[in-house]
Design a protein around this ligand. Structure first.
Ligand SMILES: *[C@@H]1O[C@H](CO)[C@@H](O)[C@H](O)[C@H]1NC(C)=O
Ligand SMILES: *[C@@H]1O[C@H](CO)[C@@H](O)[C@H](O)[C@H]1NC(C)=O
Ligand SMILES: [Ca+2]
Ligand SMILES: [Ca+2]
Length: 338
């Protein structure tokens, strides 16, 4: 019996020892990495990494650099090193000065071309270049190893709360954003703008909204309205959820009295009042918003090192061939040209 208890205890501790994080990040012994293949401007890349629970990666150590280099196939990626506060003063997101990072510049770099280059790329040969921040590039997000595990909602973000009636998690964002930005934020968090599928869910939304009095909502003059996941599908003349169903079919279509009123002829995005009743809102106006998350999506993985991280670079190589107009298979990566 005693031995059995010991085994159970040991199993218990072994279990406790692992920390989970979303599987789109690859675990290494220094932390979690995700290569973002959709190019973004530096500001957007930084924000997306932050919302995902990481930071825009920088080659701060030889180990970091080699893990970054084996994660991408492009000629270069954005790093987190940028001069965002004053020209020429380069720091990582976490404030490490470039001078403290061992680095080698690509030929003729840095040139601060047209006095417009404030961001730094890591090139496939391991060298750095200064580039414009507003020209989209791919990038890597990095999450340092942390003891903070995911919660029942499958995220380390403590602001997602599980609701038993719907088996979903919800997060109320008090910092008001427009529809597009709200959609991006929920997506990056592994969630989506909340979709109300029943009276019950409308009630949950109402109850969450009630926990945040007007004074808690920043950046909006409409503190009784929050964005949720539906909008007006003009071509089909129908209020449609972001998952493509009419709101009637999705299960909840109760507009507030007098709504939708298409005020000023510019209300095509879905919002909800504190009452739980729907409203058409202005897609460009900032409102608080609700994200909804399925607990087991995105899936989470244990912090187990995955050594099989060879990226399949064929697509990128074909890209280069197209750009170069070459048919050669044993391509030599061209140096970056700025
Ligand atoms: C996983 O995380 C736990 C808790 O922080 C840690 O003790 C363990 O060493 C980690 N495993 C690996 C392979 O890094
Ligand atoms: C490693 O990854 C490649 C490509 O994704 C896959 O074909 C191969 O089976 C993997 N090997 C192992 C040992 O997991
Ligand atoms: Ca340059
Ligand atoms: Ca309205």
């Amino acid at each position: 019996m005693f031995i059995l208890k010991c085994v159970v205890l040991i199993l218990h501790f072994t279990f406790l020892e692992s920390v989970k994080f979303r599987c789109d990040y690859r675990y290494t012994d220094i932390g979690w990495f995700k290569y973002h293949e959709i190019p973004a401007t530096w500001d957007e890349a930084r924000l997306r990494c932050h919302l995902e629970g990481g930071t825009l990666a920088s080659p701060t150590t030889p180990k970091m650099k080699s893990l970054m280099l084996e994660s991408f196939c492009k000629t270069e990626i954005f790093t987190g090193i940028a001069a965002i506060f004053s020209k020429g003063d380069y720091f990582t997101i976490a404030g490490i000065p470039l001078a403290e990072i061992s680095h080698e510049w690509a030929p003729y770099e840095p040139d601060n071309k047209n006095n417009a280059e404030n961001c730094i790329t890591l090139n496939s040969d391991g060298k750095l270049s200064d580039v414009r921040c507003d020209e989209p590039r791919t990038y890597i997000c990095y999450r340092e190893h942390s003891n903070v595990d995911v919660n029942v909602c499958g995220t380390p973000d403590p602001d997602y709360h599980f609701e038993t009636q719907t088996n979903k998690c919800y997060k109320f964002h008090t910092k008001a954003k427009n529809f597009e930005r709200a959609h991006m934020i929920c997506s990056a968090e592994g969630a989506h703008l909340a979709i109300i599928n029943s009276e019950e869910e409308a009630k949950i939304i109402t109850q969450i909204f009630a926990k945040y009095p007007k004074a808690n909502i920043v950046g909006s003059i409409y503190q009784d309205i929050a964005i949720i996941g539906f909008n007006y599908w003009g071509l089909n003349s129908e209020w449609t959820t972001i998952h493509g169903e009419s709101i009637q079919k999705a299960g909840y279509a109760k507009f507030a009295p007098g709504q939708p009123d298409n005020l000023k002829n510019r209300e095509y995005c879905g919002t909800v009042f504190r009452t739980g009743l729907l409203n058409d809102g202005d897609c460009e106006v900032n409102y608080a918003f609700f994200c909804e998350k399925t607990p087991n999506y995105p899936p989470v993985c244990d912090n187990v090192s995955n050594t099989n991280h060879s990226r399949f670079c064929e697509n990128d190589i074909q890209d280069h061939e197209k750009q170069l107009g070459s048919t050669s298979r044993n391509i030599i990566y061209p140096g970056p040209v700025y």
